[in-house]
Design a binder for this molecule. Structure first.
Ligand code: MN
Length: 201
């Protein structure tokens, strides 16, 4: 259990980055949900779901889609500390994940399986999101492919429900280009970090 955040801590130099150095929150049973827009070398959206004291994390290159026919690749990445859900700011360019991070959506998630931990380990999570921007039922499904022996590739899929929309009707990623907590654009977050102003926490 204590090893859960080792990958996270090993990849970062906390004297340089303003990302939180987190510890495992044992015994906490919250259901925090967050998506962070991450303007790194390649723009992506990091989906994070709290489970057993950490944030399970997937990098979604195209971001979520409200259209059930648009399956979005979600690359599983290392568990993040719970404090990361509050991180909005910049990571030094030359560092791991260098670039700007925006809190794009946040709220709570509700697993729709009796045992979400087992469902996660088996590679299929069904859950309801209660975010400010994303709601309704979603699936995360691991799939196997030859070039992915570690099993890092999952798909993020919107289920058909009253929150689903066709891609012709709406593009949620384009509709919301500002931080859900501070209203700032990626450019504003970058500028304010660069000018030495205190970053939002
Ligand atoms: Mn990222």
């Amino acid at each position: 259990m204590a090893a859960k955040l080792n990958d996270y801590n090993r990849k970062r130099n906390f004297r340089r980055t303003s990302e939180p150095k987190g510890d495992l929150k044992k015994g906490r049973n919250g259901r925090l949900y967050v998506i962070q827009k991450h303007a790194a070398q390649q723009l992506h959206y990091d989906l994070r779901l709290e489970l057993d004291g950490v944030l399970l994390s997937w990098a979604v290159p195209k971001g979520p889609s409200l259209d059930p026919s648009e399956k979005r690749l979600a690359v599983h990445v290392e568990d993040h500390p719970l404090e990361y859900a509050d991180f909005e700011g910049t990571i030094p360019e030359e560092d791991y994940g260098g670039g700007t991070v925006m809190i794009w959506d946040r709220g709570e998630w509700e697993p729709l399986e009796d045992n979400p931990k087992k469902a996660y380990e088996r590679g299929k999570l069904k859950f309801r999101l209660r975010g400010e921007r994303l709601k309704g039922v979603w699936d995360l499904v691991r799939f196997r492919s030859k070039d992915d022996e570690e099993g890092k590739n999952w798909l993020l899929i919107k289920e058909k429900d009253e929150e689903a929309r066709s891609s012709e009707e709406t593009n949620v990623v384009e509709d919301f280009s500002f931080s859900v907590t501070t209203g700032r654009s990626i450019e504003e977050i970058t500028e304010e970090a660069g000018s030495g102003k205190k970053e939002s926490r």
